[in-house]
Design a protein around this ligand. Structure first.
Ligand SMILES: Nc1ncnc2c1ncn2[C@@H]1O[C@H](COP(=O)(O)OP(=O)(O)OP(=O)(O)O)[C@@H](O)[C@H]1O
Ligand SMILES: [Mg+2]
Length: 366
């Protein structure tokens, strides 16, 4: 029996690629490197994505089609080519990012997002190249804080891969799941979806070269934290708490999570938020609404630096709601506090990098 090219392409035209519904020939997936040598046939199939969920089954179906429509005697050899370079492995993601800083707490609502956003803006004001990743997949607040609720993100072909291009505002590259979905639907997500979405924001985005990538994390110690720890080598964590006893107890849990032997992420220090309230008309007075210096004491007990004590200021809340972080306004009292915080974070990060080995990612259980 003589095998000629049309027999093979006719057979391949019976196989549909599930991703598009087109057959392999029509979809341009059969490369023009078909070689026929007696009963030996070889060619390549081109896949746009890598990894492609249908790759194995399509290769198998192509082989079966040739055996069915040409001859079961044909020896088929199919090479797989891909237009998309593969996603880097966990731990090797973002090699151009020097420092990854996780802003965490235990308790919700203590000011993580406020601190993360203002820290990112202040680091940019100090001249660093900065990214802010909103990892609070179920309750993203970064879009609102940067007045980017209407932002639509595009992907572009970069370095052989299709990558998301972060938004850019106040000197900071920003990505949040809030740019892609209505936050109200996030609670309907099934297991794995949130973690996959987060991985995409990390590995399938064009963050470029950064000195600092700041992570705004969800409250508590959740699966999302695990996803972060399994995929990114976090340089250090900044723990935010109010001086209240309930917040302190949860902050301790947050610290323990990072210090756990299997995790080993250094704590750069603590931030005491809402440390006191000073009314505008009585600038000398400090009212310790949530208790006095609770976070300072916790820092001493945990042998970790106290990076900042931030007052409760009405305009912080307002600026967060209006979409301009307080750190943006040059002369604002809070902008000064946040710049000091940024300088302390830089000092502690550099100290940590001199004294401790690089963080390793948490290995995934197979
Ligand atoms: N120092 C401050 N002075 C006044 N208001 C503040 C201050 N810090 C935070 N807030 C306000 O408190 C609220 C909660 O802050 P934020 O959203 O930053 O907390 P969070 O820890 O990220 O919360 P969640 O756990 O829901 O993610 C916001 O309205 C914010 O504007
Ligand atoms: Mg938050």
């Amino acid at each position: 029996m003589n095998i000629y090219p049309k027999l093979i392409t006719d057979a391949l035209a019976t196989v549909r690629y599930p991703g598009t519904g087109k057959n392999l020939v029509e979809g341009g997936m059969v490369e023009d490197d078909l070689r026929i040598d007696g009963m030996h046939v070889s060619f390549s199939l081109l896949f746009e994505k890598n990894p492609d969920p249908f790759m194995k089954s399509v290769v198998k179906a192509a082989e079966t089609a040739i055996h069915t429509f040409v001859s079961p005697e044909v020896k088929v050899e199919i090479a797989v080519k891909s237009a998309q370079a593969p996603r880097p492995e966990p731990g090797k993601m973002l090699p151009q990012v020097k420092n990854v800083i996780a802003v965490s707490s235990g308790k919700g609502g203590v000011g993580k997002s406020t601190v993360a956003a203002n820290l990112a803006v202040s680091l940019a004001r100090l001249g660093f190249r900065v990214g802010l990743l909103d990892a609070d997949i179920f309750g993203p607040s970064v879009p609102k804080m940067f007045h980017l609720e209407a932002e639509r993100i595009f992907a572009e072909q970069r370095g052989g891969r299709q990558l998301l291009i972060p938004a850019f505002k106040y000197g900071v590259k920003i990505l949040s799941i809030g740019f892609f979905v209505n936050p109200d639907t996030a609670t309907l997500w099934r297991g794995g979806m949130a973690s996959n979405a987060l991985k995409q924001l990390i590995a399938d985005a064009d963050w470029g070269e950064l000195d600092y990538l700041v992570l705004d994390t969800p409250p508590g110690t959740s699966d999302i934290h695990l996803t972060l720890l399994q995929n990114l080598a976090i340089t250090g964590a900044v723990i935010v708490s109010t001086p209240q006893a309930v917040a302190l107890a949860d902050a301790r849990k947050g610290i323990d999570m990072y210090r756990n032997d299997k995790v080993n992420v250094p704590i750069l220090g603590l931030v005491e938020n809402m440390a006191w309230f000073t009314p505008a008309e009585l600038p000398e007075n400090k009212y310790y609404i949530f208790g006095r210096e609770g976070v300072k004491k916790l820092a001493e007990e945990m042998h970790t630096p106290l990076l900042a004590q931030l007052p409760l200021v009405q305009s912080v809340c307002e600026s967060g709601d209006e979409g301009e972080p307080a750190a943006v306004a040059e002369n604002h009292i809070m902008a000064v506090h946040f710049l000091d915080l940024a300088r302390r974070v830089v000092e502690e990060t550099e100290k940590r990098n001199r004294e401790l080995p690089a963080t390793s990612i948490v290995e995934m259980k197979k």
